[in-house]
Design a protein around this ligand. Structure first.
Ligand code: PEP
Ligand code: MN
Length: 369
């Protein structure tokens, strides 16, 4: 099982890329468009302390014929950013050829894009090409909300000996109309974070939000969850950008967000007073969790009894009108406790599903007699 496999990860402090303090920031345009655009953007970013620069050289576009990146010549401009301005440079790679071009031009870090993470053949090809290079790799989540696919990509890279390995959460494709371009599904990021607490973890608020106006709120959420850093698209003149024009910040807007907008929280605190208080609160939570388990177990026992009763009277398990009434009552009552409707629906539908399963078992026990 992938969740029990260990990853051997070098902490971000050993990557030689990011300087304290948190959050670690990678910034730069969606795409390299011209030498002037890259140099101008990089210069403005460097002015307020950004030291890791991003730019897409090969762009995976939905439609053929849209701007698909300048390709390898753009790496020469990136090299200029590195040598003249002293920034670390990073770009997206989607195959072995991209990796070998990056190696020629001294790219300091690469990332694997969302569409590529979803393809194990390509991830393996990239892992093999990067073997023994020591180049750090960030893996974006796959476009579909499949945590194992994401973890599988990390395992492939790690097995190739890549220890400077991290992830970028950029949200997941969705057919639903939502506030953002991609669905955050934060619970997937939280699950990955708890499986691998030492895995360097970035959020890409530009691709997640899809719109400048939401970059700040998404970034704040990422920091509140204790993520290590942000990859933000920034362009010296976003309105003229050849790709993702609506989700790039001007460098001065990025500076404003980083220095005057975002609240950076500490991951932990050494103060004994804080530890004492938090421990007391955690103990209360542990007790409540135990009570919840006891209550759920008791509820399930009664469900089983109801199942037996239904079986003995030859009644169907599911009475939807009864369940609709229960759910409506729960939602109404939940308001008193400030519990949201979506949350209650998720929890109670899961409880109901488990009850139906228990009753189903009761019935099938009978049919086996
Ligand atoms: C990008 O970072 O430019 C990019 C294409 O992102 P994603 O893979 O998240 O769509
Ligand atoms: Mn982009």
């Amino acid at each position: 099982m992938s969740d029990t496999r260990r990853l051997d990860i070098a902490p971000l402090s050993e990557w030689g890329m990011f300087t304290e303090p948190r959050p670690s920031v990678i910034a730069g345009p969606c795409s390299a468009e011209s030498e002037e655009q890259l140099m101008e953007t990089a210069r403005e970013l460097k002015e307020f302390g950004i030291n890791v620069f991003r730019a897409g050289i090969w762009k995976p576009r939905t439609h053929p014929g849209s701007f698909e990146g300048v390709g390898a010549p753009g790496l020469k401009w990136m090299q200029r950013v590195k040598h003249e301005l002293g920034l670390k440079i990073s770009t997206e790679v989607a195959n072995e050829k991209h990796v070998s071009e990056c190696l020629k031009y001294g790219v300091d870090m690469v990332w694997i894009g969302a569409r590529t993470t979803a393809n194990p053949f390509l991830v393996q090809e990239i892992a093999d090409a990067l073997k023994d290079t020591g180049i750090p790799v960030l893996v974006k989540n796959p476009v579909n909300p499949d945590l194992d696919l994401w973890v599988g990509a990390l395992e492939r890279l790690n097995r190739a000996g890549i220890r400077k390995l991290g992830v970028i959460h950029r949200g997941f494709s969705t057919a639903e109309k939502i506030r953002y371009r991609n669905n955050p599904e934060w619970q997937i990021a939280i699950e990955l974070r708890s499986r691998y607490p030492h895995l360097p973890f970035f959020c890409d608020p530009s691709h997640l939000a899809g719109s400048r106006e939401y970059i700040m709120e998404v970034s704040q959420r990422a920091l509140d969850l204790g993520l290590d850093g942000l990859m933000v698209e920034s362009h010296c003149n976003p309105s003229c950008a050849l790709s993702d024009a609506g989700q790039q910040l001007e460098p001065r807007q990025l500076r404003e967000m980083l220095y005057n907008g975002l609240a950076v929280r500490d991951a932990d605190c050494d103060s004994p007073q804080w530890k004492d208080n938090i421990n007391q609160l955690r103990t209360k939570i542990d007790i409540i969790d135990e009570n919840l388990l006891y209550m759920l177990g008791s509820r399930m026992k009664i469900s089983r009894q109801i199942g037996e009763y239904k079986r003995d009277h030859n009644i169907a398990i599911l009475q939807t009108s009864r369940w609709d009434a229960v759910l409506a009552k729960v939602i109404e009552k939940g308001r008193e406790y400030e519990l949201g409707e979506d949350f209650l629906k998720t929890v109670f539908n899961a409880i109901h599903e488990a009850s139906v399963e228990v009753q189903d078992d009761v019935l099938s026990d009978k049919s086996q007699d």
